[in-house]
Design a protein around this ligand. Sequence first.
Ligand code: HDE
Length: 753
Amino acid sequence: SEANPLKRVAHKVSETLSGGGPEDGVPGKPAAESPSLAEPTAPREPLPPKPDQSGPATVSPTGQPTGADQARMAQSGAYLTTAQGTRVPDTDHSLKAGPRGPVLLQDHHLREKIMHFDHERIPERVVHARGAGAHGVFQSYGTAASVTKAAFLAEDVETPVFTRFSTVVGSRGSSDTVRDTRGFATKFYTSEGVFDLVGNNIPVFFIQDAIKFPDVVHAAKPHPDREIPQAQSAHDTFWDFVSLHTEATHHTIFFMGDRGIPRSYRMMEGFGVHTFRLVNAAGETTLVKFHWKPKLGVHSLVWDEAQLINGVDPDFHRRDLADAIEAGAYPQWELGIQTFPDTEDQTFEGIDLLDPTNLVPEELAPVQPVGLLTLNRNPSNFFAETEQVAFHVGHLVPGIDVTDDPLLAGRLFSYLDTQITRLGGPNFPQLPINRPHAPVNDMQRDGMHQTAVHRGVAPYRPNSLDGGCPFTAGADAGAFVEVPVRVPEGRKVREAPESFADHFSQPRRFWLSMSPVEKEHIIGAYTFELGKCYEQAVKERTLQVLANIDPELCEQVAAGLGLPAPEPTVPLADVEPSPALSQIGGTWPTEGRMIGIVTGGDDLEGVAAVREAVLNAGMVPLVVAPAGGTLGDGALTVQRTFVTARSVEFDAVLLAGVPGVGSDAYTARDAKSDPVPSGPATTDPRVALLLSEAFRHGKAIGAWAGGDAALQAAGVPATAPGVVVADSGTAALEQVTRLLGTHRVWERFSTQV
Ligand code: HDE
């Protein structure tokens, strides 16, 4: 019987069952001598991280260094292998019966390679499908320590993070600069487990109750018959929905405003939107709203520019983020909180804090900074990190809890559920990007894509076989204990509270807080979007919504549509503007801004000096010339040619002379192949277009060395606001940099309101 291994296993199991456990180290002791079969009561240290909590080891079949940076290579090791580790002699030819014969079914390498390829894609996110992410650190100031016991918000704690920015409506392959809300989701890998702050760049939401989320998304997505339009809200179903659900008015006016087309992810605010509940060590609670404030200020594109970028560079935002990080211009945001007393009615200054279509003006509750986020590392692999990251509003740590916001309740269900489809099962927390950095000791087992090799036999508790572990912790040992808040009494109903019924006073506050030029943009956006609708009833209903915000807004949009402006159907709210909602009027750092330097004359030394000065100012110079290669005997590298450059890439343009067709300061292939006009050099039409676009988009333009002649040719008046004609490149740059501090030359936009 000793030879039968099954019997040995059976014997061992019965020994353990009848005697002490691994705790006393004497397996097989008779039961009488070891009375305690119950769960051991003394907690022990948490188990160390499982082996699967670190990245996969790099396995090299030979163990020989290849001389390359292994971490940056697609494969490691000297030889190509199959997924099973067998070396492969040829991966370029299928196994055939002779070079011209049929491919053989027995080619297992072909079969494995194509099988894997066939399944390389996973379903895209149903919303927020298109995004870009980065790793970073969060440094806490400790200023929140009085209101929350969250360890990562204690003084001077550094926490690794991953942030993903996204558009909402478009598919994975759509463009970055469409008019849309942007997602701003951050995963904090804290010592107490993962905390996710899954926010947007707009502080309010479309709807008040999660049950309407499928409806609003169906309305915003392309029409189901022809799947048109992609990544746009400018179509009938969207405006049909938001005009029928007037709670959407506040969110809609926000993204009809400039925040719908951000200049860069680095220049967006972020908002947790819902009201959360913080708990401190004494068990006291405070209601809060989370805010991210970008160090570079909040800046946007203009609509014409955004549309051009969609064609010229659909990856504009993800490129901008990755380039900035690669260049060491790490984007930063301060995390801030607005705090409100946790009163029974959960309102502040008459604003219902549970209504996610409401914001609390910063003038009434200032945003108090609690820490600094720095994004400092690009992902190594988009799929593994940015695509597979799984955020969830229910990933909470002790000290941060939820409220009864009905929108938040639905999200608490949705974010786990969606990963089952998207990431193929319940083990997505084991994917490297989702793994907590705190030790994990759960009793979850098995399932699709299980990568852990669990030890022990008792994934349940209490148990007496695996030392009784895991023990449960109390609040004093860092457990997440729900705040025992009083649940309001009531009957089961499908109703919203009365206080959710005011849909117009906050949108009106937003409108009244805008500067004239921002108002002009909002009018333009509504006029464009409704102009793309076919249904008269949809346009008319939306005009009624606008009339209830502000008659002037309504009249201007109605005029653009050629329709009569209706009278308001509600009394216009008497609200104070909130200057903090306007993006215009301040000055901000110019670090990381893109400066196009268009070469045109003989002053290559001047160009070199300006390039240097741009770099010294922490901005990015891009030298534009008729053809690629170098200028000035190799002294200056050309980054963009007249073929590849478009104005939309630059925040400001500097012009060194007249970039004329036939100018002989450089070897211009284009110019050579075209007949050289006689007489004075004429401005290259592509440069003229670049200048006129930059002018139209309110960008600062500087010229020297006779560049003003090219401005004239492009129809850019040298005396217009924000157009600088100087004696030297560096003098022009100095003035242009100052103008760039205000982001755009706002005086250039004509305003009627
Ligand atoms: Fe989301 N949302 N959402 N959302 N959301 C998703 O989760 C959902 C809402 C937000 O970069 C999905 O993993 C419901 C508000 C961001 O991976 C899904 C409701 C806010 C991201 C989902 C909302 C957001 C998502 C799709 C109404 C701002 C991208 C894929 C109750 C505060 C995160 C996924 C990333 C993604 C559901 C409303 C932000 C389906 C049901 C409000 C930034 O679970």
